[in-house]
Design a protein around this ligand. Structure first.
Ligand code: NAP
Ligand code: MG
Length: 499
């Protein structure tokens, strides 16, 4: 699926933008009439005034979700009925992907090319895959003697709050909504304040597909308002959150101070990309190194920003990665030739520029980039530093922007100890031609995904999540994602002899 620059601009100029919250099957203003602005970071233009939901709106959404859940039209429907609706939703997303992608690009600064890929392919695949899983997930029968029959059944867990980040707005919504809806839950989605628009559009498509009133609610707002109200709500059973480690901690506190709801967390990272001395440094490796850092402008939780390269190979690796970084086209997100769009906000751009300054001040060597591009747009050049030491700020903290750091290491054991020396544990990539060393590292690295000889997050079939401060036991993707949204019940029949 592709769009020319002219087609993308044409769609952008004719879009109708839904700005109201979606509660109980209807678009509605916030109870207090409040709004907040959504800005296109590539131009600085305000593109919409969006309903600002607060506690009263979240209360309405939860009441609708609870009523729908107890009524059972969705939660107790035959799984093939939910499957049919979710398959229709997948088709509707595909049919509307071009408009959704342009909308998301305007709202987030992401390139329309990436948005089209995510929304034309991945988002509908999520609804389709979990739709197909809905009627293929079985319970168990426990082994007993003939005096009993013990069933272990999975039930939809209830009302769930889904709190989302801005870096992959509709994709993160689909990662959570698809399994939650397939499981039979009722949902309240809070998109990030920077990127609320695509989720609102999705709500209309879900209603058209036949998702019953109250089963899917969207409450745009701020973290401190709508987000906190979800976290502290007494009648939400589960929260699934993707975002920063700091805010993930708030959700644990909110739960502890309210109804002890179950909290699933997917959080930040500072993931290593390890190049051992035997790796073949060819175009493929260089492409993986660059894309692992600069994909989505580095605004990616699994970005491999700590590139731990064997000292004997650092020079050739650094030269080639810096050359590749300079070749990325940065600019107008609606131009399909653009590789990297805008940082999501001016504030975020400033934060990333602060890390670039720290890299320079603390003695890292700048090989490529390092500057802002353009105003009022919030662009940053793909930036490569080398000669990092483990103590430097840019070697330790999650930057969430296009800033790749190369840290020389000597041998496998130093690579492993530096890679492990982080509070995070989301992802790692290893390049080596030695299968024994690859497996050794894969087993010893404490993180949710280890990619060997190619940067990847896996795919829809493989669970994604973090160890340590990158996540809880919850996983998105794969059959494992359904576990976040079901409860396990034992039903024990005590039996008498029948004759
Ligand atoms: P964030 O600031 O933690 O925000 C995430 C969500 O939490 C937003 O909807 C936000 O609302 C809300 N929030 C903020 N403060 C809150 C509060 N006090 N109470 C309740 N909710 C609150 O994260 P972000 O900046 O959007 O996203 C970047 C982070 O997400 C990075 O750390 C990245 O690594 C992580 N991430 C992780 C994964 C993964 O799968 N592990 C995937 C993508 C991103 P607002 O609308 O007000 O911002
Ligand atoms: Mg925006």
């Amino acid at each position: 699926m592709t769009l020319t620059h002219a087609q993308a601009r044409e769609i952008a100029s004719t879009l109708t933008i839904e700005t109201r919250a979606f509660i109980d099957g209807r678009f509605t203003k916030a109870v207090d009439g409040g709004t907040f602005e959504s800005v296109n970071p590539a131009t600085g233009e305000v593109i919409a005034a969006v309903a600002h939901c607060k506690g009263a709106d979240v209360d309405r959404a939860v009441a609708a979700a609870r009523r729908a859940f107890e009524a059972g039209e969705w939660s107790r429907a035959a799984p093939e009925a939910r499957k049919a609706v979710l398959l229709k939703l997948a088709d509707l997303v595909r049919a509307n992907a071009e408009e959704l992608a342009v909308l998301e690009s305007l709202d987030s600064g992401k390139t329309v090319r990436d948005c089209l890929h995510e929304i034309g392919n991945e988002v509908p695949n999520f609804f389709q895959w979990y739709a197909e899983l809905a009627d293929k997930t079985f319970g168990k029968v426990a082994p007993t003697g003939e005096s009993a029959l013990a069933l272990i059944v999975k039930e939809p867990a209830g009302v769930v709050g889904l709190v989302l980040p801005w870096n992959f707005p509709l994709l993160m919504a689909a990662w959570k909504l698809a399994p939650a809806l397939a499981a039979g839950c009722s949902t309240i989605v809070k998109p990030a304040e920077q990127t609320p628009l695509s989720a609102l559009r999705l709500a209309a498509l879900a209603a058209e597909a036949g998702v019953p009133d109250g089963v899917l609610n969207i409450v745009p707002g701020y973290g401190e308002t709508a987000g906190q109200a979800i976290g502290r709500h007494e009648d939400i059973d589960i929260v699934s959150f993707t975002g920063s480690t700091e805010v993930g901690g708030y959700f644990l506190r909110y739960a502890g101070e309210s109804n002890l709801k179950i909290v699933g967390l997917e959080m930040g990272g500072k993931s290593p990309f390890i190049v051992l001395d035997d790796a073949r440094i060819d175009d493929d490796l260089v492409e993986h190194a660059a894309m692992s850092a600069f994909w989505n402008g580095g605004q990616n939780c699994s970005a491999n920003m700590r590139q731990l390269v064997d000292r004997s190979r650092v020079e050739e690796f650094a030269d080639r990665v810096a050359a590749r970084a300079r070749a990325f086209a940065v600019g107008d997100p609606l131009d399909p030739a653009t590789d990297i769009g805008a940082m999501v906000t001016g504030e975020h751009q400033d934060k990333v520029m602060g890390y670039i300054a720290a890299g320079k001040n603390e003695g890292a060597r700048l090989l490529a980039g390092g500057e802002r591009i353009g105003a009022p747009g919030t662009f940053i050049e793909p930036t490569v530093f080398t000669d990092l030491t483990a103590a430097m700020t840019i070697a330790k903290e999650e930057i969430f922007g296009p800033v790749l750091g190369i840290l020389p290491v000597s041998g496998l054991s130093e690579a492993l100890s530096v890679a492990r020396d982080t509070p995070y544990g989301l992802h790692a990539t290893v390049f080596t031609q030695d299968i024994d060393r690859a497996i050794h590292l894969a087993r010893r690295l404490p993180c949710g995904t280890v990619a060997i000889n190619g940067f990847t997050e896996g795919d829809i079939k493989t669970p994604f999540g973090g160890y340590k401060r990158s996540g809880s036991l919850a996983r998105d993707n794969g059959a494992e994602a359904l576990d976040q949204y079901v409860q396990t019940k034992t039903i024990w029949f005590s039996l008498n002899a029948a004759e």
